[in-house]
Design a protein around this ligand. Sequence first.
Ligand code: SAM
Length: 265
Amino acid sequence: MSGFSGEWLTAREPVDHAARSEVLTGALAQMLDGKGKVTLTDLGAGTGSTLRALSPILGRNVNWHLIDHDDALLELAREAAMGAPVTFTKADLATDLSPISTHSPHAVTTSAFLDLVSHQWLERLVVYLSKHDLPFYAALTYDGRAGCDPVHELDETVLDAFNAHQRTDKGFGKALGPDAAKSAIDLFKSASFTILEERSDWLGTPGHKAFQRMLLAGWRDAAVEIEPSRKTRFDGWLSDRLAAVEENATCFVGHVDFLAIPPER
Ligand SMILES: C[S@@+](CC[C@H](N)C(=O)[O-])C[C@H]1O[C@@H](n2cnc3c(N)ncnc32)[C@H](O)[C@@H]1O
């Protein structure tokens, strides 16, 4: 199962928001324009990052429906909902998609979620959204590219192990990890959705030291889970990288945002 700390989601939120494609948030706003009050359902909502990213763009014309399986994160989302009208559903989306349509949404959103899911689950999601004629905005799906500057001789080894960890089961069957965005886009295209797609890479700058420290520790933890015999080397890599962060190193992580629009019927 996946577990995400509120602390990590909070540290990454400014980097997430800076990375989101403005072209796609603009396209989503344009698509909803003129519909009056709309309802958006957010999958794997966590602490509500998508609500906070989109509220300044979509204005107050949105009723939000946030779905997550983690009570503690939904409680944080309740506290940081920016006065927006929100309903919350605690649900395990791995086993049940039906909460998606309970509030008759105009579109479904998600962020940093699709890399957790399996190909079979994505197939079910695409069938579900197709059947309900629902547009889908997915931000910040990891695409397997990542790196730091300056480079370290073990970066590639650690990232290979991290990407292998990304493919392990996060509660939905074998996770797509770095292949998620491409698989999702291919499936939506096969179901005749129109796709708008943009890169949305994280850029961890010297101004994001706490974020970079947590990111690198996460890479190390994942790498050790995959290759426990290399723990000492990975620990050494992490100390070197953390020292480099203090010397103003930078890092990036590749992501994709896409908007899938169902065919006219
Ligand atoms: C990386 S976090 C992203 C959170 C938020 N969308 C954001 O961008 O900050 C992934 C989220 O998916 C949720 N999640 C994971 N598995 C889930 C499941 N089976 N059902 C519902 N939510 C799930 C986690 O609790 C977490 O909030």
